[in-house]
Design a protein around this ligand. Structure first.
Ligand code: GLY
Length: 357
């Protein structure tokens, strides 16, 4: 039996890393165990920090997302200072062009501006001619999720978190209301407390309703002579996320196909036609990469955060479309819960028992 000390975090994505970072910062002894760091949805994401562009209605989820967005600038700055690595955080705002008048409706009191046809085409040249206007969300932002994941990985290691990759957790073994140990591909592992942050794969370990929702993506490299895109474009059928190195990330499909791997002609064709309609200026830019990932979806599209049926197991999964955005707030709230039993009332809406009343 391998004893990993105080807290064992299961999962190799941004949620697991953000929790481990905060636990370690507060002095805990932490081990991360994961099967394959590169499989996490973290690497497939576009990195939009977009509670407003995603049109999340006023709700506990919107509150959680807004709180996390507010933490981002400082959180990434500290990570960059600690590691000397870039995270690509960019407070670039998000423009949501519309093709129809009814998309001009607005449901919250957050900062946003409706741009009419003339204004939107002037503020972002290169948009499709059938864009009739659009919302400008100046507080939405983006981060380069792959750079961020690397910085987090380095940061937790520098702080002394032990990371064990290539280890599959096969079973969470329980006795009464406690987890006694993990059965893994590398033997049995034991800790005082366990945190489950295994995203789309969570249901292989616990009967909680988290299922994969596949997203296909691609990127192009803007040519030097192309119209520069300086803000995220969030269209009705695709989004375009420009990076500071000249790439544009194009996303994403949303498919119920289980863990079926790979890009498909239909998925990529839909993304390309939506992207060219939205921003024809990119149509001659060279394609750079295709990829896909699996969002962890729950039936009500809300994450599962906090207590579990077991006293020494905490849940942090099901972040669906907002895993990158919700990483800082998940790290802080889960660490405070595990280390100090400090329950943030905002977590109430995300309790696992809503699926097992
Ligand atoms: N957050 C964007 C997506 O999941 O496609």
């Amino acid at each position: 039996m391998k004893s990993t000390g105080e807290i064992l975090v299961i999962g190799g994505g941004i949620i697991s890393l953000a929790i481990a970072l905060e636990l370690k910062r507060q002095g805990a002894s932490v081990t991360i165990v994961c099967r394959d760091f590169t499989e996490a949805a973290t690497h497939a994401a576009a990195g939009m920090l977009a509670p407003q562009a995603e049109r999340i209605p006023p709700s506990p989820l919107l509150d959680l997302c807004l709180r996390s967005r507010a933490l981002y600038a400082n959180w990434t700055q500290k990570l960059e200072e600690l590691t000397g690595l870039e995270t690509g955080y960019w407070a670039c705002g998000i423009l949501a062009p519309a093709y129809q008048e009814n998309l001009a409706l607005k449901a919250d009191n957050l900062e946003s501006v409706w741009l009419d046809r003339a204004t939107i085409h002037q503020s972002q040249p290169g948009l499709g001619s059938d864009v009739i206007g659009g919302w400008w969300f100046p507080e939405d932002a983006q981060v380069d999720n792959r750079l961020l994941a690397k910085a987090l990985w380095v940061a937790v290691q520098e702080l002394g978190v032990e990371i064990q990759t290539g280890v599959t957790v096969e079973k969470i073994v329980q006795n009464g209301d406690r987890v006694t140990h993990l059965q893994t591909s590398a033997g049995t592992w034991q800790a005082d407390h366990y945190i489950l942050a295994t995203g789309a794969w969570s249901q292989t370990l616990l009967p909680i309703p988290v299922t994969p929702k596949k997203g296909q993506m691609l990127s192009v490299q803007m040519l030097p002579e192309s119209m520069p895109l300086q803000t995220v474009l969030y269209g009705s059928d695709s989004y375009l996320v420009p990076r500071q190195d000249g790439r544009i990330i194009i996303g994403a499909t949303s498919e119920d196909v289980g863990f079926t791997r790979g890009n498909t002609p239909l998925g990529i064709q839909r993304l390309l036609s939506a992207a060219i309609r939205l921003y024809p200026a990119l149509q001659n830019d060279p394609i750079q990469e295709f990829w896909w990932g699996f969002r962890p979806a729950t039936p009500d599209e809300l994450p599962i955060l906090g207590a579990s049926p077991y006293r020494n197991l905490t849940l942090a999964t099901g972040h669906y479309r907002n895993g990158i955005l919700l990483a800082p707030i998940t790290g802080v709230t889960i660490a405070n819960l595990v280390l100090h039993q400090k329950f943030d009332p905002l977590l109430d809406a995300f309790h696992w028992s809503r699926f097992n009343p």
